[in-house]
Design a protein around this ligand. Structure first.
Ligand code: COA
Length: 424
């Protein structure tokens, strides 16, 4: 048994943000029917292709545990099939450009008339307001959500981050809204609209930067490196490089091998509670009692000197040796892991966070499994569906179409060509 067993999801999502959400719902046990345009499918199937003829990793890694049904939503028979799916499903998830669902003839009012219990969940770039009609991709959201202006170094341009906080981050927000709406429906008997704008999701993840914006009114941000460097603060939260973002100063420091290995670095946090242990480890026991270093307040203007001394020590160790030495002393440190190291990490494979999946067109590939571990709702990651692989199955099993009706739907051209499913 899985947490969302019995929940049926009409998955009208594409690219990354929406598919992240519906993949999570599938991992939690929902039956997810991915609706794709006949013969075309989700555009990511054919983006960043590494194996000609096979679905791309972009697609396969975002669409595990789903079934694929081809439907032309602008064809009359296609609309009939969609209407039956809306009647049957608990949740409709979409991340079309603003207005696209309405243009297909499925406004919120129409959907509610068909099934008052359905939850309609949407990702859009922006919430209601002057930008509500814009099409938005990941980096636009990172920029409009305040992340880019606060990422990077003070003397460089704004930076986007590798973590897909606009797309995958918003997918996560949407999934939470959906399960909460399902829970509320238990008591109200009604569905509702759930909207997760990407800008809002990024702003939520940048909460501490808005905290700092307001703290600026009270004076300089003393935990930022620029304070100790005597660089005045401007009107807005500045880019903070690798400063920790919290009350415990931290930095990325070079480790042994940094000259040739771009990832031979560690994150090192000088947590106040373990300051004396830090002094001992780096060979500066005199700093324990020196008034210039003994208190956090005294240390804040001297972060460059302090992290310089710590780095003199970390450069004599590998990033893993730093971890091995500091962990037993409760000094928080973290190695900078490359994607290669993560792919090869046995511990992450053992927990199912990194999984190997078999695919009939691609062969085996690595993916990220479910990052949420539930004791009573285990996850087995299964491969993404081929385009239209389950069209006939969904028409017959889920919607109860007779063989003659299935044949009629195919002949109408609404659901693409019948498929012979590739053997796994
Ligand atoms: N059958 C028939 N038509 C279909 C269809 C189907 N199964 N699925 C999609 N379409 C149509 C849509 O109805 C739309 O037609 P319309 O413009 O005539 O109304 C058309 O395909 C294109 O959809 P759209 O969503 O505009 O795709 P796009 O490729 O132009 O834009 C995004 C892509 C991501 C920019 C846009 O969808 C968007 O802004 N989404 C919301 C924000 C978001 O999620 N962004 C992050 C993506 S990771």
């Amino acid at each position: 048994m899985k947490a969302l067993d019995g929940i049926k999801v009409l998955d009208f999502t594409h690219v990354q943000s929406g598919p992240t959400c519906t993949q999570l719902l599938a991992w939690l046990g929902a039956d997810v029917f991915k609706v794709e345009r006949p013969g075309v499918g989700d555009a990511t199937r054919k983006q960043l292709v590494d194996k000609p003829g096979a679905d791309s990793l972009y697609f396969t890694m975002l669409n595990h545990n789903k079934r694929s049904i081809e439907i032309n939503s602008k064809n009359e028979t296609g609309k009939e099939v969609l209407t039956r799916l809306i009647e049957t499903c608990d949740v409709l998830v979409e991340n079309f450009a603003p207005g696209a669902l309405d243009r297909m003839g499925f406004s919120w009012e129409t959907i509610q008339k068909i099934n008052p219990r359905i939850i309609v969940a949407s990702v859009k770039g922006f919430g209601p307001g002057k930008y509500q009609d814009c099409k938005v991709y990941e980096n636009v959201a990172q920029c409009a959500g305040g992340s880019a202006s606060t990422t990077g170094f003070l003397d460089g341009p704004p930076l986007v981050t590798g973590a897909q906080i606009g797309d995958s981050g918003t997918g996560l927000h949407l999934a939470l809204g959906i399960v909460a709406a399902l829970y509320q429906r238990e008591r109200s008997g009604r569905g509702q609209k759930v909207l997760a704008p990407m800008q809002d999701g990024v702003i939520n993840l940048c909460r501490v930067k808005l905290r700092d914006q307001q703290r600026l009114e009270a004076g300089p941000l003393t935990e930022y490196s620029q304070f100790g460097e005597g660089i005045p603060f401007g009107e807005a939260t500045p880019r903070a490089g690798n400063d920790s973002g919290g009350g415990q100063p931290g930095r990325i420091l070079r480790c042994k091998g940094w000259e040739t290995d771009p990832n031979a670095y560690t994150y090192f946090i000088t947590q106040a509670a373990v300051w004396e242990k830090v002094c001992d480890v780096i060979g500066k026991p005199e700093w324990k009692t020196d008034p210039d270093f003994a208190t956090l307040k005294a240390r804040l203007p001297r972060l460059n000197q302090i992290f310089g001394a710590i780095e003199d020590w970390t450069m004599t160790k590998t990033k893993f040796e730093v971890m091995d030495i500091c962990n037993p002393l409760d000094i928080p440190v973290g190695p900078i892991l490359s994607m290669k190291e993560i792919a090869e990490d046995e511990g992450l494979r053992a927990t199912g966070t990194i999984v190997e999946v078999e695919h009939p067109e691609r062969g085996p590939y690595l993916s990220v499994g479910c990052p949420i571990k539930m004791s009573d709702s285990p996850v087995e990651v299964t491969r993404s569906p081929l385009l239209g692989e389950h069209t006939a199955q969904i028409l017959a099993e889920v919607l109860g179409y007779s063989p003659e009706e299935v044949d009629r739907v195919y002949r109408s051209g609404a659901v693409g060509e019948p498929k012979t499913v590739a053997a796994d």
